[in-house]
Structures are given as C-alpha cells and as structure tokens.
Write a protein that binds this ligand. Sequence first.
Ligand SMILES: Nc1ncnc2c1ncn2[C@@H]1O[C@H](COP(=O)(O)OP(=O)(O)OP(=O)(O)O)[C@@H](O)[C@H]1O
Ligand SMILES: [Mg+2]
Length: 511
Amino acid sequence: MLRVVETWTGISTALGGLVLAWTMLRQHIPPHLRSHVETYVHRLMGYFYPYIQITFPEFSGERLRRSEAYTAIQNYLMVSASARAKRLKADAVKDRKSLVLTIDENEEITDVFEGVKVWWSSTHVARNNFSFSFYPQLDEQKYFKLTVHRNHRGLITERYISHILDEGKVIAAQNRQRKLYANNPSSNWRDFWSKKWSHVTFEHPATFDTLAMDPTKKKEIVDDLEKFTKGKEYYAQIGKAWKRGYLLYGPPGTGKSTMIAAMANFLNYDVYDLELTTVKDNSELRKLLIETSGKSIIVIEDIDCSLDLTGQRKKQVKKDDENDDPAKKLANEEDKPSKVTLSGLLNFIDGIWSACGGERIIVFTTNHVEKLDPALIRRGRMDKHIEMSYCCFEAFKLPAKNYLNLNDVHELFPVVRDLLEVAEMTPADVAENLLPKSMDDDVDKRMKNLVAALERKVKEDEEARAKAEAEARAKVEAAVHPEGAGDESKEDDGNGKPGDGFANGALENGV
Ligand SMILES: Nc1ncnc2c1ncn2[C@@H]1O[C@H](COP(=O)(O)OP(=O)(O)OP(=O)(O)O)[C@@H](O)[C@H]1O
Ligand SMILES: [Mg+2]
C-alpha cells in the first residue's frame, strides 16, 4: 500500500513539475498559437493528471476591479502561510507594529479541509495586450491557484471556497486599518480619474466607554447600531436600502464629533467627512457619494452652515425681486459657493443611489436644529435624532470614575447634582475641571474645583440671561417707539414725541 502511495506521489510530483514547466514555456509561445497549443496540452495532461486547478485572478472585469475573492484568499493564506510556507513576502507593515506576510511567488502551501488536502500557489502572467481599451490595461496579472484531486471537486466548490472567502473576510475585518476620508474640492477634479477623496488612517481614541452622556441614552444608541449591523436580512426583507441616518444636535462642545468617532470605532467603519461647501453641484455630490464604500459613516458636519439648505426657497423669492439688477444677480451667484441643493441631498439619502455599497450610516450634525428644513429632519429620513446636551449628573459619573476613580460616592456628589441641573456646562468642561491644577491636588480638592467652577458658571449664565433679556426688552422698546431709540434726551421724555421733552420734564417736575 505504501509503495502505491509513494508511486502516486512520485507521479504527482513529476506532473506538478510538468505543469510548472508548461507555465514557463507558455510565455515563449507566440500569442496567436498559444490558445491552440494550450488546448492540446491541457487535454493531454487531463488523461494523466488527476488534479483540478482553479485560478483566482487579482483583477477582473473590464474596469479591472480588484477581485474580492482574491483579497479574501490573500488574507486567508496570510494566516496559514505565515505558519507553514518557507518563502514569504513581507508586503506591508500594519500599525507599524507587525509585518503582513504573504506567500511568495511560485511558493506552494498546503491546507487541509475536512480531511482533504489542497495546494495553493501564487503566480503571475505577463500580458502582451495590444488591444485598445478605454480602461487601463495591466502589464501582468497575478493569480492564486488552487490544486485539488478531482475526486473532491464537489467538496471544494461547494464548501471549501466559501469557507475560505468567509474566513478571509473575517481576517480582513480584524486587520483592517480604518480610514478617515475627506473630499477633494470638485474644482480640483481635472478628469474622470481624479481622486475624489483623500484619506488618512483613522485613529481617534473615542469610544462609547469614554463618551460622557446619559447611560440610558447611550445604551439606546449602541443597541440601535448593533441592530443595524446585524440587519442585512431584515433590510432586504422590508425592501429598504441598508442604511441608517442620524441627526446629532446640541450646543458646541457637547460631543457630537466625538460621538461619530465612537460610532466608527464601535462598528469598525471608515469615516467619510463630506465638506459640502466645496462640492460644485448635485451631480458632483452624486459622484462623490457613489465612490464611498460599504461599512462606512458619511458625515456632514454643521449641516445648517454647510449650505443654504434652509433658505433655498426664500432666496428664490429674493432673487426674483432682484431680477432687474444684473450686478446684484451676479454678486448673488458668486456669493453662493455651492449649488448643491436640499433636494439633491435628499435625493441621495432616499434615492436609488443610496443603496449602492450597502451598510452605510449617514450622520448630520448641527448646533441649531431649529434652523433646519423640516424636509431634512423628518422621521424616516433621519432615523434617529440624538440630542447631545450639557452635562447632566448621570453623564458626570463617567468622568468622575475615569478621572477620579470615584464610583457613586463622594460627599460633594449631591452638590454637584444640584448644580448640574442649573449650570450649562459641557462634559468637556466638567472633565477639564476635574484635572489636577497642581501636583498636590487630591480627589477632594479636584471635586471642590469643579463645584467652584459650576457655581461660577451658574452666576455667569444668570448674568448672561439678564443681559439678553434687557437687550431684548430694549429691542422691543425701540421697535414700538422707533423715534425715541438711541437718543437719551428723548428717552427721558416718556411719550416719545420729539421736541417736547422739556414740557414733559416740566410736567413731571411739577412746573
Ligand atoms: N460627551 C462627551 N464625552 C467625552 N468627551 C467629550 C464630550 N463632549 C465633548 N467632549 C470633549 O470635548 C471636545 C470637543 O467635543 P466635540 O468636538 O465632540 O464637540 P462637538 O459637539 O462636536 O462641538 P461642535 O458643535 O463645536 O462641533 C473633545 O475633545 C471631546 O473629547
Ligand atoms: Mg463637532
């Protein structure tokens, strides 16, 4: 029995050598004869050679998109190869910490699946392509080649390949360096090939564990995100694109951008930071958006400032009034940096383009939710509205724990609780006040610092409110008595009639 196995192994090796020899020889055969010779060689080898081979090219289709299968296999082999192959290629450095190893050219590694042995190798074929194509041509094509005994064809095509693709995707997700993209101004796009997005590695440290906000609200958001990522079938079943819209609103410094970073870290998604003011029009907006990939968060910060989204209709009326004045009309056009319209944006959010890529989250942020057009924020369009507010006592517990190691007990907690109900202090400012101001600041001292800061803030807020009220009153007064406004001598006169101040004064003084 052993002898039979040995003989077969010998034959296989010899045939393997022949296959290799043929691969090398093939390149020297004139291209017009190659396909004929190839047909006969393969037929001949088929008689003796009991193995089948499946190749996976790196690029496929006319547009030469990188094949997902090739990438998944590469990732899968990266893990197996580092353990077993003798010749490895160090392809890239991930996180500047570890090498990414891939199987070297013509190196063969084995894998065993359900007791069946398979062979993987990596190879490339040079191309002599003289045909003209609108799309760029490759000088060479890389392949992974899978060799397996033909008795196991069913197992391999039905189970092994899908196993490899799934495993490869999981490995890719684990190793993925996430990216933060920013759109290049559309005025810089010179041609079809211009890069629409530039990116850097996304390395924001924010997580939901470090985000100070009401824990109930936080949990609701985390659950919502989790449900979304697991909802592929659900979205398909209800016939909706696999996407979700969030509107984050609240005063500056309350953690809206930080929340986006926490979301990206939680989901392991890329972030596309879309600056709308540099996008020329709706068509360029669409070009940008269809270039975003799946598993990403598309962010439009300060949506109320990005565009004249809310004033579109008003502006139209105004422009109609100005129709007669060409100079004014031109100035108006030049003032307007972008022609992206509310309807263009909504079309993308709701329209068929939004379904391209799948698994995407769209986030708008604003400091002034009241200024937004209802069309933009109606339910169903933005699935979830999240208010990021000033620090409440529940949110305060997180910095207290992280900065002071305090878990729910300190004598000043009740004082802080009362003060936070009236003081408008952002979580960032609360955290700042918990930092030690000098080397000897212990926990008590830092809590006292916070209480003092909160008391100051309450006072400042009260003063600011009183001032604002006084200003508002003065405005109303000026509107009711326009002729008396801004002239102190007339203000004194009481009935607002110019010129008779003396008479009134005289009356008041009993003259
Ligand atoms: N809720 C929070 N939890 C933890 N850190 C926070 C929180 N809010 C703000 N910060 C910290 O404060 C700083 C500013 O926060 P961030 O940029 O997220 O605010 P924002 O709401 O986006 O403000 P803006 O409206 O001005 O864009 C960040 O460095 C962040 O770490
Ligand atoms: Mg922000």
